[in-house]
Design a protein around this ligand. Structure first.
Ligand code: FAD
Length: 410
């Protein structure tokens, strides 16, 4: 019994040769082109434009976008590979990919054919950037509480509101914005009445405001986005009117797998650095690794990294198979991997002693970066809530728990 999954086959992964090929090509690119800039990106809070252009030449912006829209293919395992490998050395870059994915997924899932043909190919080629604007000063976790509104005027919509912490906003050509288009019918149905719209760069009334200075993932910026009566045609509406909350949740279900992969990449590198250092540094006349306490640290780190990676790839695999279990596995992977990574990075710093906290060593940056992965795209408490609720919903549908019990616990 593999409760809550059904059979042993459900815990199987399906990694194909093309995934390993992708991993190698990303690894080689990142080591050669990106890693040498990692500390400078953090210090200057800037990713060189030519580095993004080189990543575009490699086709990396097309990973996760189906071939028919100019991408490299839409499977989740490939997105995980890309995310893990970039985060192993330069986590900030993967936020640029991740924000593109946040923009593209609602269109892929619910957009019209015209929207897919218009917006996805330039994103896949790395010529244009996307951003996803949901969070507001009032509300982050409480998505249904947002106050931005969109009012219909003939065939157009007028959007008014203020978004904060929007990744990629300063480089985005397209921003997908969530706004309330009608009041919720009642308290229990607060999630109804929200709608997504694409707002293009240069739209009158759109202002990308100041950048927030943050502790980590420097190089990737978050900005305020002000929408002051921004008009868009109805063809910029993504999905059915009023269903934006559901679209946002279905998007997060998938993108949070990429966040788990970011954490796995960071933890992997911290483990590798600690392992190498413990075998090269001597203390009391022996390598650090000769001390059992250090050996225990190393194997504990490895066990956690491998478990986090498995959960992450399992979520991606289940999503690729179209299995609904992927949603709660994705939430488990997100909170588990991001918390494991914080522990692993912290232990790696301890194994390095004083060298661990020196900026040039490049480890303390990961501790600053990893904190953010526990917050964005659904803070970890919210992941726990989502995982539990989705699990109960599935088990109720399968008749494992009764409607009455399900209603009492969620
Ligand atoms: C670097 C960065 C990039 C970001 N990029 C984007 C972006 O591109 N687009 C975008 O729209 N947003 C973005 N965000 C915003 C991010 O999604 C929110 O910060 C996040 O969802 C949490 O919302 P909040 O900050 O309002 O925290 P709150 O919702 O105020 O939550 C604060 C704390 O309370 C906990 N909490 C809240 N409700 C509950 C509950 N019911 N039960 C238990 N605990 C609870 C949370 O887990 C959290 O720990 C970004 C944030 C950061 C830091």
């Amino acid at each position: 019994m593999v409760f809550p999954l059904e059979t042993l086959e459900d815990i199987r992964l399906d990694i194909r040769p093309e995934h390993e090929l992708l991993r190698r090509s990303v690894r080689e690119f990142v080591e050669r082109e990106a890693a040498p800039h990692a500390n400078a990106i953090d210090e200057r809070d800037e990713i060189p434009g030519e580095l993004l252009a080189k990543a575009a030449q490699q086709g990396f912006f097309g990973v996760g976008i189906p071939e028919e829209y100019g991408g490299q293919g839409g499977d989740h395992v490939s997105v995980v590979v890309l995310s893990e490998e970039f985060c192993r050395r330069v986590p900030a870059i993967s936020v640029v990919f991740g924000s593109n994915e946040l923009f593209s997924l609602p269109i892929l899932l619910y957009g019209t054919e015209d929207q897919k043909r218009k917006y996805l190919p330039p994103i896949a080629r790395g010529e244009k950037f996307g951003a996803f604007a949901v969070t507001e000063p009032c509300c982050g976790s409480d998505v249904a509480g947002i106050q931005t509104t969109a009012e219909r005027r003939g065939g157009r919509w007028v959007i008014r509101g203020r978004k904060i912490f929007i990744s990629n906003a300063d480089i985005a050509d397209y921003i997908i914005v969530l706004a309330r288009t009608y009041p919720p019918p009642d308290k229990k149905l607060r999630y109804l009445g929200l709608t997504f719209f694409v707002v293009e760069k240069g739209a009158q009334g759109l202002k990308v405001g100041s950048k927030f200075e943050k502790m980590g993932l420097r190089g990737s910026h978050i900005n305020e986005v002000v929408l002051d009566d921004v008009e868009v045609p109805d063809e910029n509406r993504v999905g059915e009117e009023g269903m934006g909350f559901v679209i946002a949740m279905e998007t997060f279900d998938r993108t949070r797998i990429g966040v788990a992969a970011q954490a796995v990449g960071m933890a992997q590198y911290a483990f590798e650095k600690a392992f190498e250092y413990a075998h090269q540094r001597t203390a009391f006349g022996a390598p650090l690794a000769a001390f059992q306490a250090i050996q225990f640290d190393l194997v504990n780190m490895l066990a956690e990294v491998m478990a986090a990676r498995y959960l992450t790839y399992l979520a991606a695999h289940l999503a690729d198979q179209g299995k609904r279990e992927f949603t709660y596995v994705a939430s488990l992977a997100k909170f588990y991997a991001t918390e494991v990574a914080e522990r692993v990075i912290s232990t790696a710093i301890n194994v390095h002693g004083g060298v661990g906290v020196i900026r040039e060593t490049g480890l303390e940056r990961y501790l600053r970066d990893i904190k953010i992965t526990q917050i964005y795209e659904g803070a970890n408490n919210i992941q726990r809530l989502v995982a539990y609720r989705q699990l109960v919903r599935l088990l109720r549908e399968k008749g494992v728990i009764s409607d009455e019990v399900a209603a009492r616990v969620t």
